[in-house]
Ligand binder design. Structure first.
Ligand SMILES: C[C@](O)(CO)[C@H](O)COP(=O)(O)OP(=O)(O)OC[C@H]1O[C@@H](n2ccc(N)nc2=O)[C@H](O)[C@@H]1O
Ligand SMILES: Nc1ncnc2c1ncn2[C@@H]1O[C@H](COP(=O)(O)OP(=O)(O)OP(=O)(O)O)[C@@H](O)[C@H]1O
Length: 276
């Protein structure tokens, strides 16, 4: 069975307070983006291992045991004693990019195992498992535009469709540590809450919709800020960093034909697509 875990962007990201457990409460809107990994799982009929992981495409740091798809398998295996599996993961979504690629792989692994082995878990239960694997993992279970609070795991649906808008996504060759980015933030509430901002026309978002990480990440990595400025010069209606970086996205009108012109350098990962 094969599935295609997609990436996300954050439309606005406000870090509102630090919690006693060291994590931060935030407010954000997750929107799915059609940049995809491929994840295939078959029953493993040879050897004694419970799983084998074969990776291709972009490299992922760390041991196979720490791969989030393996953690997702182990979580369900502990409960349901699953058959041994042969896992193939093709990485296309850059890691450490604010695109949630690892979280998406984990959530799609849970969904795939649920279907393949007829576990009959509801979306609510799958979201509970996903939340144990990463802060924003649970979003990818339903994978629809979502307003998120808490540590990024308390959801309410929003009626927002950007269907047909073009997206240019640029990930420079810069690594931003999520943990360090959070450590540099002074939590506060924005004057206009994100839930209100989203109701304004997209051209107003430039003034009102904020990713709080930009304030600390841009001075440290001016190259990331330059990408945002380039996207605006190119005609983006709205551009911002996603997550804690280092990717930046620009949203362009469906009819705009000039989005392919700017050069973001040889080492950058650039994706141009259309939102669903
Ligand atoms: C910034 C976002 O990308 C927004 O979508 C996510 O909240 C980050 O989610 P993530 O990469 O899955 O983060 P995790 O791997 O769970 O956490 C990495 C580190 O970020 C910090 N962290 C994360 C999420 C959160 N709400 N508060 C935090 O303070 C913690 O120090 C944690 O150890
Ligand atoms: N399947 C996986 N794909 C990518 N990274 C993985 C995976 N499994 C474990 N990881 C680890 O998780 C880390 C973060 O990966 P991920 O792609 O979720 O980061 P991100 O783009 O910063 O996402 P976020 O928006 O959640 O901050 C990587 O540095 C990697 O070591």
């Amino acid at each position: 069975m094969i599935t295609f875990p997609n990436a996300k962007i954050n439309l606005g990201l406000n870090i509102v307070e630090k919690r006693p457990d060291g994590y931060h409460n935030l407010e954000t809107i997750f929107y799915p983006v059609p940049v995809e990994d491929a994840l295939e799982v078959n029953i493993l009929n040879e050897g004694n291992e419970k799983f084998r992981l074969h990776q291709a495409g972009l490299e992922i740091e760390g041991e196979a045991e720490n791969n989030l798809v393996v953690k997702a398998y182990k979580l369900l295996d502990a409960e349901f004693n699953l058959p041994p599996v042969d896992i193939h993961l093709f990485k296309h979504i850059p890691s450490g990019a604010g695109l949630g690629g690892g979280s998406s792989d984990a959530a799609y692994m849970l969904k795939l195992l649920n279907e393949k082995f007829n576990l009959e878990l509801t979306n609510e239960t799958l979201e509970e498992y996903a939340a144990r694997l990463g802060a924003d993992c649970a979003f990818f279970i339903r994978n629809t535009p979502t307003y998120a609070e808490g540590i990024g795991n308390i959801f309410s649906p929003i009626s927002l469709s950007l269907k047909g808008y073009q997206i240019v996504l640029v990930k420079p060759d810069i690594f931003v540590s999520t943990r360090e980015a959070f450590a540099q933030i002074k939590p506060h509430r924005q004057p206009v809450p994100l839930k209100e901002v989203i109701k304004y026309p997209m051209k107003e978002w430039r003034e009102l919709m904020v990713n709080d990480f930009e304030e600390s990440v841009f001075p440290q990595f001016p190259g990331i800020k330059e990408i945002k400025e380039k996207l605006y010069r190119q005609g983006a209606i709205y551009a911002a960093m996603t997550g804690s970086g280092s990717s930046v996205f620009g949203l362009f009108k469906p009819e705009d034909t000039k989005t392919a012109e700017e050069d973001f350098g040889e080492k950058a990962f650039v994706y141009r697509g259309v939102l669903k």
